[in-house]
Ligand binder design. Structure first.
Ligand code: 13P
Length: 252
């Protein structure tokens, strides 16, 4: 399985900042990305076209969106459709990022709808899951991850559109943007649990589905994290905003 190194820029970067960051990244990484690694950049909507133009035709680089609304078109003020993203060269999209779930109130049902719809439209979907600190302290990690996985993946629509590509991202909410990385044993346990659930839910593709870790990934902890069983990539927030640190992660 190849390794996916994803940069989630969240609500950062004007077009000119995006352009200079991606040029710097290309300078540092072009020609040196190992054959089994893919670098995925997830800029805000406004910089998708800029990044798309810069990485077009570059080996090992892909483009994705942080979110979309699951409808073809219509009176949905402020929203963007999968068709619009595909038109810009996006191959990937996230669903269920914890910031969407917690700041914007996205329910398991809406996340499931986005996941199924994105797959049906041909996007490789990355489903993000993760427990809060309270849930972890209450010993409810298994319950929460299992609920999030089942509600998004236990669906005929998902099973029949899987060829578009599916990856998972385990992002414990308490490790996002806090500098606090989950302990290797916690990551190993959560990823093993996700793999086990995938084998039940999607037996044909479970072992081919990448499971990324996200939450305070930095250049100095990347290789340790990537060495943990069932970790097939990383989803990076803060440390993806500077070409120096993200290229070190990409090669780490
Ligand atoms: P940080 O790397 O800033 O903790 O963010 C992780 C994340 O949310 C990636 O999607």
């Amino acid at each position: 399985m190849h390794t996916l190194i994803a940069a989630n820029w969240k609500m950062h970067m004007t077009r000119s900042q995006a352009s200079s960051t991606v040029q710097e990244l290309l300078q540092k990484l072009e020609g040196s990305i190992p054959a089994n690694r893919e670098i995925l950049i997830l800029p805000p909507f406004t910089s998708l076209e800029t990044v798309s133009g810069a990485i077009s035709g570059k080996n090992g680089f892909s483009l994705g969106a942080q979110d979309f609304y699951p409808a073809e078109e219509g009176a949905y003020t402020g929203e963007v459709s999968p068709e619009m993203l595909l038109d810009l060269g996006c191959g990937y999209a996230l669903a269920g990022h914890s910031e969407r779930r917690h700041f914007f109130g996205e329910s398991d049902d809406l996340v499931g709808e986005k996941l199924a719809y994105g797959l049906e439209k041909g996007l490789h979907m990355i489903l993000c899951i993760g427990e809060t600190l309270t849930e972890r302290n209450q010993g409810r990690v298994r319950e929460v991850l299992t609920r999030q996985l089942h509600s998004a993946l236990d669906s005929e629509r998902v099973r029949s559109a899987l060829r578009s590509g599916l990856s998972l991202a385990y992002e414990p909410v308490w490790a996002i943007g806090t500098g606090e990385v989950a302990r290797p044993e916690d990551i190993e346990e959560a990823h093993a649990l996700v793999r086990e659930e995938l084998r039940t839910l999607l037996p044909q593709s479970a072992d081919r589905t990448a499971i990324l870790y996200g939450g305070s990934v930095k250049p100095d902890n990347t290789s340790q994290i990537l060495g943990i069983d069932n970790v097939n990539g990383v989803l990076v927030g803060g440390a993806s905003l500077k070409a120096d640190s993200f290229s070190a992660i990409a090669l780490g």
